[in-house]
Design a protein around this ligand. Structure first.
Ligand code: NZQ
Ligand code: ZN
Length: 383
């Protein structure tokens, strides 16, 4: 196991009726900015519950955060925070609203051009306190210190992280996910599954706690994921998926082990250029990474096959091939597509797709050997 130093300070309030806990979680006397997305919370009753819980606070609202949140919109919220003297941010939504809130919290105090937090990785020195009411389980953003923001003007999608943007708390009521459209449920299953994969499917370093935990999460997400679309109001399925998604990216399983975020990084340009959902980009790219990098990932692919897909027969070569196939099949069973040509994306688009990897000089993968040329070959495998 590799060395690590780790802390995760996020308080979780989990279960039915958890939104009512908000008055105990937000510091008394806070001037709250209640941030949300395109309005789904007004239809499913979450808005009313949050309003009721916040009735003794001084609250202003900021709505209209897009899926794959826009830098431009976040900057409008930054102006509002300054103008109206807000001192606590409450994100009510999925990964997009949470990430936008983390960026707003950072940009408010940033000296200089806030875009450089993303573009140049300039460190933030201070951030506003924030809390989360989670409505979509997928990203783990409710319990981590990362955020991903898109800039419409330049068609860029970039990530940043800082210990200063951990939420103070996350309220997680699985019933809040009943109203999700099937596509978003499926996205959440695939995204969280691949978060575990990116921290697990590398090479073994005898990290037993991390490996067994990762395998438990993968099995949970796979098995419950296959049930949830048929039984969307089953509380236990929703609760297991929600808690699994949080644990998939609260960074516990990634401590002391090599990681490979190449599918995520390569996928950003599919969203920025073609508007594909985040999980959809991963469902296309991961089978390509597994195929191209199978020698490096051999031992873990065999374990993945055995634990999650029960592939135990045949030679190692056959089992590796079957496991890659089963992974892609799982994404298709969830209703996602797995090929670029299903979106009309072809050879002509490859240069543009790998341009960010080239421009940013990324060397991706656990061995840092996926440069833009290798990335291009992986994209080619997925045409
Ligand atoms: O905008 P509203 O009206 O809220 O509708 C949303 C949105 O259209 C809707 N929705 C959310 N909760 C709902 C609901 N509809 C009905 N009922 C509910 N309870 O779902 C749509 C998608 O929401 P979004 O927040 O975009 O989805 P998700 O949670 O998958 O977040 C995706 C974003 O997170 C980033 C992605 O890149 C993408 O921008 N990620 C963030 C990470 C992190 N911070 O750690 C890691 C991830 O790998 C990922 O990159
Ligand atoms: Zn993701």
């Amino acid at each position: 196991m590799n060395n690590f130093e780790f802390s995760n300070p996020v308080k979780i309030s989990f279960g039915k009726g958890a939104i009512a806990r908000l008055p105990h979680l937000i510091p008394k006397g806070s001037k709250v900015l209640f941030i949300y997305g395109g309005g789904s919370i007004r239809k499913n009753g979450i808005y009313a519950q949050v309003q009721e819980a916040l009735k003794d606070f001084d609250v202003l609202e900021f709505s209209g955060i897009e899926a794959n949140p826009h830098y431009e919109t976040c900057m409008k919220a930054v102006d509002l925070v300054k103008k109206e003297n807000r001192d606590f941010l409450l994100a009510v939504g999925g990964g997009s609203v949470i990430d936008a809130t983390k960026f707003i919290a950072s940009a408010v105090y940033f000296e200089g051009d806030p875009w450089n937090i993303l573009l140049k990785g300039e460190a933030i020195k201070k951030a506003m306190p924030l809390g989360v009411v989670l409505t979509l389980s997928a990203t783990g953003s409710e319990m981590n210190e990362r955020a991903v923001i898109s800039r419409v003007e330049t068609q860029e999608k970039l990530a940043f992280s800082s210990p200063l943007i951990f939420p103070q708390f996350a309220v997680q009521d699985p019933e809040m996910t009943y109203s999700l459209p099937p596509r978003q449920v499926a996205n959440g299953v695939v995204d969280s599954f691949i978060h575990v994969i990116e921290q697990y499917l590398t090479y073994p370093v005898d990290a037993k706690v991390q490996d067994y935990t990762a395998e438990g999460l993968l099995k949970t997400i796979h098995d419950e994921g296959l049930k949830v679309l048929k039984d969307p109001h089953n509380y236990d399925i929703r609760a297991n998926l929600m808690w699994a998604a949080t644990n998939a990216l609260n960074c516990w399983i990634g401590q002391g082990v090599p990681q490979d975020w190449s599918s995520h990084r390569m996928g950003y340009s599919l969203t920025a250029l073609f508007g594909l959902d985040h999980a959809q980009t991963l469902a296309i790219l991961l089978p390509g990474v597994m195929t191209y990098m199978q020698k490096e990932k051999w031992a873990k692919i065999l374990r993945l096959g055995e634990v999650v897909f029960r592939i135990t027969e045949g030679t190692e070569e056959e089992r590796v091939r079957k496991t890659i196939g089963a992974t892609e099949h799982f994404f298709r069973e969830m209703g996602l597509k797995t090929r670029l040509n299903e979106f009309g994306i072809g050879e002509k688009d490859l240069d543009a797709l790998v341009e960010p990897v080239k421009r940013m000089g990324w060397k991706l993968g656990e061995h840092h050997n996926i440069d833009w040329k290798v990335a291009r070959e992986i994209f080619t495998l997925r045409l």
